[in-house]
Design a protein around this ligand. Structure first.
Ligand code: 6R9
Length: 644
C-alpha cells in the first residue's frame, strides 16, 4: 500500500473546537463504559423535554428491538423552532438558493414557526392525525422543510420520496406505508430543466385509492391536471390557516419518519426512526462533527429525499439553532463554479457534500474553483461513499486551500446519524479514512464465521450495542428488520459494509459486501434493477453488478439474456434503459448493458456474481471456475465485455 499522509489537527481547531483530542478520549471512554449515564447527560444538554424519561435505554439485538428515553415526552418542532424564538426569532433559520442564481431568500426562525404552524393546521383540517403517514414528494424548496416539520408538529409520520423517483417507485412507497396524504409541487427545477412532479404523482395515485389529499406547491406555474376534492394548492390553503398550532406531545419512542432505502433483496425497506433518540444524535453529531459554532453558516448539499438531507440539512442544524442552506439546483449549473459561488455569496463556513460531486468537479479543472474566494469556509465534509485519496487531496488542497479539515462521515439511513467520523479539533486525518467512532458507537470487525477480529485487520463491519438514533423497525415488517440487520451475526447490528482497521484504530470502509450498489452515493439493490429489466418481454434473464466508475464511484453493469428468437438492437437497448427509468428513476439507468447468451451458473443454478463483477471490472484473473455448469459461457462474456 502507498504511504498514508497524516494531516494533524490545525492549531486553531485544537484550541478552539468543542472537543479536543483528550476530551474525545475521555468522553468516548465514558460513553461506552457507562452509556446510560452518558446519554442521559447529552439528552439534558441537547433537548428540551416536557417530561423526563424513566429509563435511558433498553434493547435486544436478537429481537431487533431498541428504545431510548422511555416515557420521556417532547416535540421535535419545539426543539427545532419554538425554543429558539425568544433568543433568535429574527435570525435566519434557512437560506434558500434557487436553481437560477438570481433566486434566493432567507427564512427567519419566526417565519419558520409561522409557516410550519400554518401547514400543520392545514393538515389537521384535512383530517391528518398523530400516527398517520404523509408522503412528501417534493423538490428542494423551503416548503420541503415546512412539510417535514409540519408533520412532526402534529405527530404525523413523514415519508419523503426523492423527487428523482419514478411514478412506479412513488406508488410502491405510498402503498407500503399506506400514506393517505401527499405533499408535492407542480414541477421541480434542476439544472435549468423542469421535473414533472405533479404529473408523476397523478400517475402513481391512479393505484392509490386511499390518498384523500394532495397538497401542491406552486413552484413553476406549469400546466398540471387537477382532481377536485382531492387536490388543494399549498399557497391557497396556508393563506387561510392560523399561524398558531400547539405542538403535539410525543413519546420519545413515537415514530418520527419512514425513509425507504435499498437492501440486497426485494423491494426497498421503510426504515423507521423514532423521535427523541434520533433527534438527540442528529443534534449532537451536528455540533461536534462540524464543530458548529454560534453564527456559522452551514450548507449540506444533500436532497431532503435522502437521510443526509433529513439529519444534516434540517433536523441537526435546526435543533442547534443554526442557519442551514437549502440548494435547489445541481453543482454544475450554470457551470462548475456554482458551489463555490454560493459559498461566497452566502459566506458559508461549513460545506458538506458527496465524493461523487467532488470527483465530478475535480474532473473539469481547478479554474472553476480558484476563480472564487472561498475564504469563509473553515470546514469541509463528505458523506455517502468511500472517498478515494486522490479526490480527498484535491478537495483539501484546491477547495480548502490546505486550511480546512475534512470530516469523512460514515453512517447509513439505518443509523440515522454519524457513526464513524473525525472530530475536527480532535482527530488527525488520513485521506480516505472515516477515522474513529463517534461517542457511544462500538464498531467491531467480524470474519465470515462471525469471529471478532482484534487489532489491525479487515472484516465485516458490525456494531456492538445500540445507539440512540438506531433504526427501530422496517415499517410493517419487523421480521425483515431482524433478518436484514440482526441475523447475519447473532447479537450484533450488521452494517452490510466491509472495513479495515489500521494500527491506529482508524477505520477504512471498503464498500458494501452485499448486493447493494452505491451509484453517485445513492443506494440501489442489484435485485431492483434486475426486476426492472426482466419486465421487458424480450428479456429472459438479467444480472446486475457494480463496476468501478471514475465519477459515480460505482456504475451499473447489466448482463442481459434475451428470449430465444430475439436479437439485440439499439432500440431494445433504449427500451431496457427506459424500463429502469420507469420502474425506479433516472438514477437506475444502467451504464453498460452487455448481451449475454448465457450467464455463469453453478450446477445448482446460482448465478456466480463474483465472476460477473470481475468481468465488469475488466479484471480477468477469475479464480476458480471449475464449479460452473458450463465454463465456456465465461469466455464469451470476456470476449464481449464492454469495460476494456
Ligand atoms: C449517509 C448515507 C449508506 C451506505 C453505507 C456505505 C456508504 C456512507 C460513507 C460510506 C464510505 C463514507 N457510505 N458514507 N462509505 N465512507 N463516509 O449515505 O446513507 O444512503 O443509507 O448509504 O453508504 O456503504 O453502508 P445511505
Amino acid at each position: 500500500m502507498s504511504e498514508v499522509h497524516v494531516y494533524p489537527v490545525p492549531a486553531e481547531f485544537a484550541s478552539n473546537a468543542h472537543i479536543n483530542e483528550q476530551q474525545y478520549h475521555a468522553m468516548y471512554q465514558q460513553s461506552v463504559e457507562n452509556p446510560d449515564q452518558f446519554w442521559a447527560e447529552q439528552a439534558e444538554q441537547f433537548l428540551s423535554w416536557d417530561q423526563r424519561w424513566s429509563k435511558v435505554s433498553e434493547y435486544d439485538f436478537i429481537k431487533g428491538e431498541a428504545a431510548w428515553f422511555i416515557d420521556g415526552k417532547l416535540n421535535l418542532t419545539y426543539n427545532c423552532i419554538d425554543r429558539h424564538l425568544e433568543t433568535r426569532g429574527d435570525q435566519t433559520a434557512i437560506i434558500w438558493e434557487g436553481d437560477d442564481p438570481a433566486d434566493a431568500k432567507t427564512i427567519s426562525y419566526r417565519e419558520l414557526h409561522q409557516q410550519v404552524c400554518k401547514l400543520a393546521n392545514v393538515l389537521k383540517q384535512r383530517g391528518v392525525k398523530k400516527g398517520d403517514r404523509v408522503c412528501i414528494y417534493i423538490p428542494m424548496v423551503v416548503e420541503a422543510a415546512y412539510a417535514m416539520l409540519a408533520c412532526a408538529r402534529i405527530g404525523a409520520i413523514h415519508s419523503v420520496v426523492f423527487g428523482g423517483f419514478s411514478p412506479e417507485a412513488l406508488k410502491d412507497r405510498i402503498l407500503n406505508s399506506d400514506c393517505q396524504t401527499l405533499i408535492t409541487a407542480d414541477e421541480g427545477v434542476r439544472g435549468g430543466k423542469s421535473v414533472p412532479l405533479k404529473a408523476n404523482a397523478d400517475l402513481a395515485l391512479e393505484s392509490c385509492p386511499n390518498v384523500h389529499t394532495v397538497v401542491t406547491v406552486q413552484r413553476t406555474g406549469g400546466d398540471i391536471a387537477w382532481t377536485e376534492g382531492r387536490d388543494i394548492w399549498y399557497h391557497e390553503a396556508v393563506a387561510e390557516a392560523s399561524d398558531q398550532c400547539e405542538p403535539e406531545l410525543m413519546d420519545a419512542e413515537d415514530p418520527l419518519f419512514i425513509l425507504y432505502t435499498s437492501g440486497s433483496t426485494g423491494q426497498p425497506k421503510g426504515v423507521l426512526h423514532s423521535t427523541a433518540g434520533y433527534l438527540l444524535q442528529a443534534a449532537m453529531t451536528f455540533k461536534y462533527t462540524f464543530d458548529y459554532q454560534e453564527g456559522d453558516i452551514y450548507w449540506c448539499t444533500a436532497d431532503v429525499g435522502w437521510i443526509t438531507g433529513h439529519s444534516y440539512s434540517l433536523y441537526g442544524p435546526l435543533a442547534n439553532g443554526a442557519t442551514t442552506l437549502l440548494f435547489e439546483g445541481v453543482p454544475t449549473y450554470p457551470d462548475a463554479a456554482r458551489c463555490w459561488e454560493i459559498c461566497d455569496k452566502h459566506q458559508v463556513n461549513i460545506f458538506y457534500t458527496a465524493p461523487t460531486a467532488i470527483r465530478a468537479l475535480m474532473g473539469v479543472g481547478d479554474e472553476f474553483v480558484t476563480r472564487t474566494s472561498r475564504s469563509s469556509i473553515k470546514l469541509l465534509g463528505t458523506v455517502g461513499e468511500p472517498i478515494n485519496p486522490e479526490a480527498w487531496e484535491w478537495y483539501h488542497r484546491v477547495v480548502g486551500e490546505a486550511r480546512c479539515p475534512i470530516v469523512d462521515t460514515w453512517w447509513q439511513t439505518e443509523t440515522g446519524a454519524h457513526m464513524l467520523t473525525p472530530l475536527p479539533g480532535a482527530t488527525a486525518l488520513k485521506p480516505g479514512s472515516a477515522t474513529r467512532p463517534f461517542f457511544g458507537v462500538q464498531p467491531i470487525l467480524l470474519d465470515n464465521d462471525g469471529n471478532e477480529i482484534t487489532g489491525a485487520g479487515e472484516g465485516n463491519l458490525a456494531i456492538k450495542a445500540s445507539w440512540p438514533s438506531q433504526i427501530r423497525s422496517v415499517y410493517g415488517d419487523h421480521q425483515r428488520m431482524i433478518d436484514t440487520y440482526f441475523s447475519t451475526y447473532k447479537g450484533y447490528y450488521f452494517t452490510g459494509d466491509g472495513a479495515r482497521r489500521d494500527e491506529d484504530g482508524y477505520y477504512w470502509i471498503t464498500g458494501r459486501v452485499d448486493d447493494v450498489l452505491n451509484v453517485s452515493g445513492h443506494r440501489m439493490g442489484t435485485a431492483e434493477v434486475e426486476s426492472a429489466l426482466v419486465l421487458h418481454d424480450d428479456v429472459a434473464e438479467a444480472a446486475v453488478v457494480g463496476y468501478p466508475h471514475d465519477i459515480k464511484g460505482q456504475g451499473i453493469y447489466a448482463y442481459v439474456t434475451l428470449m430465444a428468437g430475439h436479437q439485440p438492437s439499439d432500440q431494445l437497448l433504449a427500451e431496457l434503459i427506459q424500463m429502469c427509468v420507469q420502474e425506479i428513476g433516472p438514477i437506475a439507468k444502467p451504464d453498460l448493458i452487455q448481451w449475454a447468451p448465457g450467464l455463469p451458473k453453478t450446477r445448482s443454478g446460482k448465478i456466480m456474481r463474483r465472476i460477473l463483477r470481475k468481468v465488469a471490472a475488466n479484471e480477468l484473473e477469475l479464480g476458480d471456475t471449475s464449479t460452473l455448469a458450463d465454463p465456456s459461457v465465461v469466455d464469451q462474456l470476456i470476449e464481449n465485455r464492454l469495460n476494456k
